[in-house]
Design a protein around this ligand. Structure first.
Ligand SMILES: [Zn+2]
Length: 343
């Protein structure tokens, strides 16, 4: 094989990493879940949980109604351990109730738009991504890896063996029912290494990020308080001066300048794309071909055009038709690489 072939192949087979925050779940159920329930931001969340009265009776310094601020203070005071446990339980109950709507959601599209070489890493506790994963795996098993960076209400793991999965499953090694994953909060000191499950999920993210050709940040603005998360990401991503391809993509409804300001340690000023809609992102325009598109556009100087885009209001049968053809093409080219048509 000539070296150019190997060069092109190595780029195109590198991972696409999607990192998601609360905004991604909001985009997934814009009109609420199957039963009309809407996801909430951290402000005003305590009231939604019905915890206002309990919190009001505590002697807290913060006057904020933001969960992050309140939780940080409760967690730092030993006398509030019971309150913290009650709060944990109500958060778990609240998120466990979410059910994905019957028709395809942004999470279904997202999972189908990536391949086995790729990773979806989420900070979200809600079960929507896993519910989407279960049903799209009936369309194909060639799906991306998942990582849960703050735990998840539907994820469990075995405390004795390195196995994790859906909460109602058993450990394949000892046969015991999985234990619920710990939920981590967006506060400064999270101790990601306190349990093996969380630490493995972060290890996976770091590993994928260090090899990634393309990174999409979906509905997640790097919060200033989340120092530990940002440091970990920064360490995995490395020096921005060695990352000079056009390799960062943002999907966010937040104002572009404000958003980019929170990511300035990661992104070259001009080397990113920004869109407010998933359907305008590389994922929807080039499903399962995002790294091919990036390479062909920037290194082969092709005018790539979107042949099989995912568009809004598709049915599962529409998605199945597109994905089946794409997976077939992947199988046929598994020893080489795919080149997108030059329009
Ligand atoms: Zn086990």
């Amino acid at each position: 094989m000539d070296s150019h072939f190997q060069y092109e192949k190595s780029f195109k087979s590198r991972p696409h990493v999607v990192l998601m925050g609360a905004g991604a779940s909001v985009a997934t159920i814009p009109n609420g879940d199957k039963n009309g329930m809407k996801t909430s931001v951290m402000d005003g969340f305590i009231e939604k949980l019905g915890m206002s009265e309990i919190i009001a009776n505590l002697n807290l310094e913060t006057s904020s109604d933001n969960l992050e601020d309140i939780y940080a203070e409760i967690a730092s005071k030993a006398e509030y351990e019971d309150v913290r446990n009650t709060l944990d339980e109500s958060i778990r109950d609240y998120f466990s109730a979410f059910e994905i709507p019957d028709e395809p959601t942004v999470y279904d599209y997202l999972l189908l738009s990536l391949r086995e070489k790729d990773l979806v890493a989420t900070f979200n506790w809600d079960p929507l991504l896993i519910q989407a994963y279960q049903r799209v795996s009936k369309l194909t098993n060639k799906l991306p890896d998942l990582a849960f960076l703050h735990g998840n209400v539907l994820v469990g793991y075995c405390l004795n063996h390195k196995h994790g999965g859906k909460l109602d499953n058993d450990c394949p090694e000892c046969g015991k029912r999985f234990s619920p994953s710990r939920l981590l909060y967006p506060i400064s000191q999270k101790n990601y290494n306190d349990d093996p499950f969380t630490s493995d999920n972060w290890k996976a993210l770091k590993n994928y990020l260090s090899r990634a050709y393309l990174v999409t940040i979906f509905g997640y603005s790097a919060p200033k308080t989340d120092v530990e998360a940002i440091d970990l990401l920064k360490g995995a991503w490395g020096n921005i001066d060695t990352r000079n391809m056009e390799d960062f993509e943002f999907i966010d409804i937040q104002n572009e300048d404000a958003l980019i300001a929170t990511w300035d340690k990661f992104v070259h000023t001009h080397h990113y794309t920004y869109t407010t809609s998933f359907f305008e992102s590389s994922l929807a325009k080039y499903p399962r071909r995002t790294t091919e598109d990036l390479f062909d556009r920037t290194q082969n100087c092709h005018w790539t055009s979107s042949v099989n885009p995912f568009t809004q209001n598709m049915t599962f049968s529409d998605l199945q038709n597109i994905v089946t053809n794409l997976v077939l093409e992947e199988e046929e080219n598994k020893d080489g690489f795919i080149t997108l048509p030059n329009a």
